[in-house]
Design a protein around this ligand. Structure first.
Ligand code: NAD
Length: 469
C-alpha cells in the first residue's frame, strides 16, 4: 500500500458531527480530509433520519391540520396518498440537502474520500471504497464521528420485508394496512405518526409504563390526548413472532396477559448503539467503555492527544445538534483556540410529533428526586390567544425556577411548533437568566412565545391571561 503525505486532520464520518467539524476546521485554516461511505456528507441524519422523517412528518401535519379545519367550517376531502410521489418528494429533499453539503465541502477545499476508514496504526488508517479497494493514508490528527446504528432484538430479526428498521420505514416502499411499532421512543412515535397519518392502523408496544421514558410526564400526557395510534400496549414486550405469507403474527406479553395479534409488518425502534466496531480501535490502543461509548474530555479528546471523538459515539443524548456542537468545539481545540471546551448547561430534546414535545435542563422528576428548592410553573395553552386561534388548546409551557435565586433551571413545552420555542428557554438557561428577565422581555403578540413570558409571570404570582383556580 503506497503511503501518501501525512494528512493534517482526518475526520471519519460525515454526519452532522463530522461535517460540522470539517467545515469549521477548514474555516479555521486547517487542511481537512473527510471520509464517509456516502457520495456526499449528511450521515444518518440527512440520508436516513432527521431530514427524511421531518419531510414526512410535515405531510402528516398538513393532513391533520386540513382535517381539523373541517370543525371550523373549511371542509377538505379525505386526501388521496400517492405513496410513490411522496417517496420521490422525500428523496428530492434529501438529494438537495446532501448535494448542498457536497458543494459546501468543495467550496472549503476539503478532501472528501468516499469509503470506510479503519485504523491500522496510531497515525495510520486504511480506507476501503465501495468496490472493496483499499488504500492507506497517514494523519496527524483524527476526529472520530462514526455515529450510531439501530439496536436489534433477537426475537425480531430485521428482514427488511416484514420486520423493518427505521431505514426501511423511511423508504416508503409500501403502505401497510396494519403495523406494529415496537418501542415508544423518539423514532417509534415519529415514524408511527407518519404512517398513521398516511392511513396505516398503527399499534405501539412499549416496554415501560409510558411513552418516552425519561421525558417530562406532563408533555407525554399532552401527546396522549392526541390519540395518534389505534392501540397502545404499555409494559409490553414482543414474545414470539411468526412470519407468514400474509404478514406477521406477534405474541405480545403484557404485565397481566399475553395476546396474539396480526400485522402486515413490524417496525423495530428500540434504541441505537454507538458505531465503534470495525474501526480498528485496537490499533490505536483505545477501547470503548462498557456502554460502547468512547470516553472523551471536555476538549472531546480521547486518552490519546491526537485522537478526538464527537457525536453519538461519545454518549447520550444521541442528538444531531449535540454532535454538531461537539464537532465545532473539537475543530477549535485542534486549531489552537484558547478556552475552547464542551460545556453546555443544557441540550434541548425534541420529539417532532403533532403536538411537538420539547424540553431542556432540569426536569420535574429530577426536582423530586434531588429534593431541589424549585418552583414549577405551568401555563396552559388554553389561556393563549394564539394557541386557541390555531386550535391548540391542549398545549402546555412550563418552567422550573430556583425559588431563591429566581434563575431558570429547566423548561418544557408541548404543542404545535414547540420546537421553535425551546431555544429561548435554552438561551435563558445558558445565560443564567432569571424569571424576571423572561417576564420583563416584551414578547410579540399574538404568538406562542408569550406562553414563556407568562409562565415566568406565574412565578411571581399571576400571569395576564391565566389565574389558577
Ligand atoms: P429511544 O431510546 O428513544 O426509544 C426506544 C424505546 O423502546 C424506549 O421507550 C424503550 O423503553 C423501548 N424498548 C426497548 N426495548 C423494548 C422492547 N424489547 N420492547 C418494547 N419496547 C422496548 O430510541 P429510538 O426511538 O430508537 O431512537 C434512538 C435515538 O435516536 C434516540 O435516543 C435519539 O437520541 C435519536 N433520535 C432523535 C430524534 C429527534 O431528535 N427528534 C428522532 C429520532 C431519533
Amino acid at each position: 500500500m503506497a503511503k501518501k503525505d501525512k494528512k493534517e486532520l482526518v475526520i471519519i464520518g460525515a454526519g452532522p458531527g463530522g461535517y460540522a467539524a470539517a467545515f469549521h476546521a477548514a474555516d479555521l485554516g486547517i487542511k481537512v480530509t473527510l471520509i464517509d461511505p456516502e457520495v456526499n456528507p449528511g450521515g444518518v441524519c440527512l440520508y436516513r433520519g432527521c431530514i427524511p422523517s421531518k419531510a414526512l412528518l410535515h405531510l402528516a401535519k398538513t393532513k391533520e391540520e386540513a382535517m381539523q379545519a373541517s370543525k371550523w367550517g373549511m371542509k377538505f376531502e379525505e386526501p388521496k396518498i400517492d405513496i410513490k410521489k411522496v417517496a420521490s418528494w422525500k428523496e428530492k429533499v434529501v438529494k438537495k440537502l446532501t448535494e448542498g453539503l457536497g458543494q459546501l465541502s468543495k467550496a472549503r477545499n476539503i478532501e472528501y474520500i468516499q469509503g470506510k476508514a479503519k485504523f491500522t496504526g496510531k497515525n495510520e488508517l486504511e480506507v476501503t471504497d465501495n468496490k472493496g479497494k483499499t488504500s492507506g493514508l497517514s494523519f496527524e490528527k483524527v476526529i472520530i464521528a462514526t455515529g450510531s446504528s439501530a439496536v436489534g432484538l433477537p426475537e425480531l430479526e430485521i428482514d427488511h420485508e416484514k420486520i423493518w428498521d427505521a431505514t426501511d420505514a423511511l423508504e416508503l416502499k409500501e403502505l401497510p394496512k396494519k403495523m406494529l411499532v415496537v418501542g415508544g421512543g423518539y423514532i417509534g412515535l415519529e415514524l408511527g405518526s407518519v404512517y398513521a397519518a398516511l392511513g396505516t392502523k398503527v399499534s405501539i408496544a412499549e416496554m415501560t409504563p409510558g411513552f418516552l421514558p425519561g421525558a417530562d410526564r406532563d408533555l407525554v400526557k399532552v401527546f396522549e390526548k392526541s390519540e395518534a395510534f389505534k392501540n397502545v400496549f404499555f409494559e409490553t414486550k414482543v414474545e414470539k413472532v411468526k412470519i407468514t405469507k400474509k404478514g406477521v403474527k406477534v405474541s405480545l406479553k403484557g404485565k397481566k396477559e399475553e395476546q396474539s395479534k396480526k400485522f402486515d409488518c413490524v417496525l423495530v425502534a428500540v434504541g441505537r448503539k454507538p458505531n465503534t466496531q470495525n474501526l480498528g480501535l485496537k490499533a490505536l490502543g483505545i477501547s470503548a467503555n462498557k456502554k460502547g461509548f468512547l470516553e472523551v474530555d471536555d476538549k472531546r479528546r480521547t486518552k490519546l492527544e491526537h485522537i478526538f471523538a464527537i457525536g453519538d459515539i461519545t454518549g447520550e443524548p444521541m442528538l444531531a445538534h449535540k454532535a454538531s456542537h461537539e464537532g465545532r468545539i473539537a475543530a477549535e481545540v485542534i486549531a489552537g483556540k484558547k478556552g475552547a471546551a464542551y460545556d453546555p448547561k443544557v441540550i434541548p430534546a425534541i420529539v417532532f410529533t403533532n403536538p411537538e414535545l420539547v424540553w431542556c435542563g432540569l426536569t420535574e422528576e429530577e426536582v423530586k428526586e434531588k429534593n431541589k428548592n424549585v418552583k414549577v410553573v405551568k401555563f396552559p395553552w388554553s389561556a393563549s390567544g394564539r394557541a386557541v386561534a390555531i386550535g391548540e388548546n391542549t398545549g402546555l409551557t412550563k418552567l422550573l425556577i430556583d425559588k431563591e435565586t429566581e434563575v431558570i433551571l429547566g423548561g418544557a413545552v408541548a404543542g404545535k411548533n414547540a420546537g421553535s420555542l425551546i431555544p429561548e428557554i435554552a438561551l435563558a438557561i445558558e445565560m443564567g437568566s432569571t424569571a424576571s428577565d423572561l417576564s420583563l422581555t416584551i414578547h410579540p403578540h399574538p404568538t406562542l412565545s408569550e406562553t414563556i413570558m407568562e409562565s415566568a409571570e406565574l412565578f411571581y404570582g399571576g400571569a395576564t391571561h391565566y389565574k389558577k383556580s
